[in-house]
Design a protein around this ligand. Structure first.
Ligand SMILES: *Cc1c(COP(=O)(O)O)cnc(C)c1O
Length: 423
C-alpha cells in the first residue's frame, strides 16, 4: 500500500482532497524553505485569515467603541454565540452544551467546582499517572481545597510494567475497584505523552456505574479526532484552542456540560454576570440566575480578540470537516508509522491501533538523550521533546504530530528520510 519514495509521497499529496488547506497557513522558515512543522499538537500554525479577522475587530473598536457591543456583523455582546454551532459540531455536542471562555485550566477548576463534590466516603479522583502537569496541579489543589490528602484521594493509573500505555480493561477494572469511594474520573481524551486516545464511552459508562462523575480534558483530542460528547455522555469536558485548533497562543478554551446538568440552576457553581440570565443581565439586580446549558458557567464578557482568532480558525475546520480530516489523518499517521518501522534504534510507543490514537506518534530513541532531537531541529524540523514521565523510565521522547489540515505526505517522507540518513 505504501512506498518509501518521494514520488509516492508527492502523488499522495496531489490526490489529497484537503491539499488546498495547507496554503491557508503561515509556515516558519528555515534556510529559505518552510520548516517541516510537526508540532501542531503543541501550538498550531497561524491561519492567514486570522490577521484580517483581528483587524476587523480592531477597526470595529476604533470606529464604534462601546457601540461595538451592539453593531456590526458580530456584535460583541453576543460574540460567544457565534462560536457555538462550529464548536458543537467539532465535539459532537448540542449547541446548548458548549461554550467558549477563559483558558483550559481555569475551566477545569470551574467545572470541578460543580462536578467534584466529595462527601463522606466518596471523595477520590481517578486520573492518568503522569498526566499533563496542569491537570495534576488542578486535581491536587482541588483535593486539598476540600481537605483531603492527595496521596489518599488521587488514584493514578499507570501502564503495566514494560508497557507504555494503558489497557482499557485495566482502566475499567480500576474504576470498578474504586467503587463507592470514587467521586470523579478526570482523564485526558488523548494522553499528551503517549498519544493514546482512550475509549471515552467505555470510561464514561464505567465511571457512572460506580456513581462517580466523569470529566475529560480534551486538549489533545479537540480538532484531532471526531468526538461524540453528547452520546458518550460524560458530565463535562474542557479543551484548549491553540493546539490542533490553531487559534494562537493562550487562545480561548471550550467547555462542555452535558444537557442533563444544564437545566439544573441549583447545581453549585461559581457565577459571574455573563452566566446570568441574558434577559435580565443588564438590570444589574441581586440574585444569580444561571442561563440554561453550558452558557450558565460563563463568568466574564467575551475576550473578543482571542475569540476572533479562534473563529477564523473554526471556519477553516468547519469547512474541511472533522470527518474528512480524520480520514486523511489516519493515512498520514499510518504512513509515518510505516516509514519509521524501517529505521533502527527508534521505537514508537503510541498505540498501533488507529482507533486508539489521533495523529501524534511518540518516539523513544535508543540514545536516551536529546541528540537526535537536536539533530532534526537543526535541519528544519519542528517537533517536541519531553522528558520521560513514567516511573523508572530514562531519557525522553520525541513527539511528532502530522496534522491533516496543513501537513503533507511529503513532510512525513522528508522527516523519516532525515531520521533514516542519521541512523
Ligand atoms: C495544553 C494542555 C493544558 C494547558 O492548559 P492551559 O490552561 O491552556 O495553559 C492543560 N492540560 C492538558 C492535558 C494540555 O494538553
Amino acid at each position: 500500500m505504501f512506498e518509501n519514495a518521494l514520488s509516492f509521497a508527492k502523488a499522495q499529496d496531489a490526490a489529497d482532497p484537503l491539499r488546498k488547506y495547507r496554503d491557508l497557513f503561515y509556515f516558519p522558515q528555515h534556510d529559505g524553505q518552510d520548516v517541516i512543522y510537526l508540532c501542531g499538537n503543541s501550538l498550531g500554525l497561524q491561519p492567514k485569515t486570522v490577521g484580517p479577522a483581528l483587524e476587523h475587530e480592531l477597526k470595529h473598536w476604533r470606529e464604534e467603541a462601546v457601540e461595538g457591543h451592539f453593531k456590526g456583523k458580530y456584535p460583541w455582546m453576543y460574540y460567544h454565540k457565534f462560536l457555538l454551532p462550529q464548536t458543537a459540531r467539532l465535539v459532537g455536542a448540542k449547541e446548548s452544551e458548549v461554550v467558549v471562555m477563559n483558558t483550559l485550566t481555569t475551566n477545569l477548576h470551574l467545572l470541578m467546582v460543580s462536578f467534584y463534590r466529595p462527601e463522606q466516603g466518596r471523595y477520590k479522583i481517578l486520573m492518568e499517572g503522569g498526566a499533563f502537569p496542569s491537570d495534576q496541579y488542578a486535581v491536587e489543589t482541588q483535593v486539598k481545597y476540600h481537605g483531603y490528602e492527595p496521596s489518599d484521594a488521587i488514584i493514578e493509573l499507570f501502564p503495566r510494567k514494560g508497557e507504555y500505555y494503558l489497557r482499557t480493561e485495566d482502566i475499567l477494572d480500576q474504576i470498578k475497584a474504586a467503587g463507592s469511594e470514587l467521586a470523579l474520573v478526570m482523564i485526558g481524551g488523548v494522553n499528551y505523552y503517549s498519544g493514546q486516545f482512550f475509549d471515552l464511552e467505555a470510561i464514561t459508562k464505567a465511571g457512572h456505574a460506580t456513581g462517580a462523575k466523569v470529566g475529560f480534558d480534551l486538549a489533545h483530542a479537540a480538532g484531532n479526532l471526531p468526538l461524540k460528547l453528547h452520546d458518550w455522555g460524560p458530565d463535562f469536558a474542557v479543551w484548549c484552542s491553540y493546539k490542533y485548533l490553531n487559534s494562537g497562543p493562550g487562545g480561548p478554551s471550550g467547555l462542555f456540560v452535558h444537557e442533563r446538568h444544564g437545566k439544573n440552576p441549583d447545581l453549585p457553581r461559581f457565577g459571574g454576570w455573563w452566566g446570568h440570565d441574558e434577559e435580565s443581565r443588564f438590570e444589574m439586580r441581586k440574585g444569580f440566575h444561571p442561563m440554561e446549558g453550558a452558557a450558565g458557567w460563563q463568568l466574564s464578557n467575551a475576550q473578543i480578540l482571542s475569540m476572533a482568532a479562534h473563529k477564523a480558525s473554526l471556519d477553516i475546520f468547519d469547512e474541511a470537516g472533522i470527518g474528512a480530516l480524520r480520514q486523511k489523518s489516519l493515512k498520514l499517521t499510518a504512513y509515518l508509522e510505516w516509514l519509521l518501522k524501517d529505521i533502527p534504534n527508534l521505537k514508537v510507543i503510541t498505540p498501533t491501533e488507529p482507533e486508539a490514537r489521533g495523529c501524534q506518534l511518540s518516539i523513544v530513541t535508543k540514545t536516551p538523550d536529546k541528540s537526535l532531537f537536536d539533530f532534526i531541529s537543526a535541519k528544519g524540523v519542528v517537533a517536541d521533546w519531553r522528558e520521560a514521565n513514567l516511573p523508572g523510565e530514562e531519557g525522553g521522547i520525541i513527539r511528532v504530530a502530522p496534522v491533516p489540515l496543513y501537513n503533507s505526505f511529503e513532510d512525513v517522507w522528508r522527516f523519516a528520510k532525515m531520521l533514516k540518513d542519521n541512523a
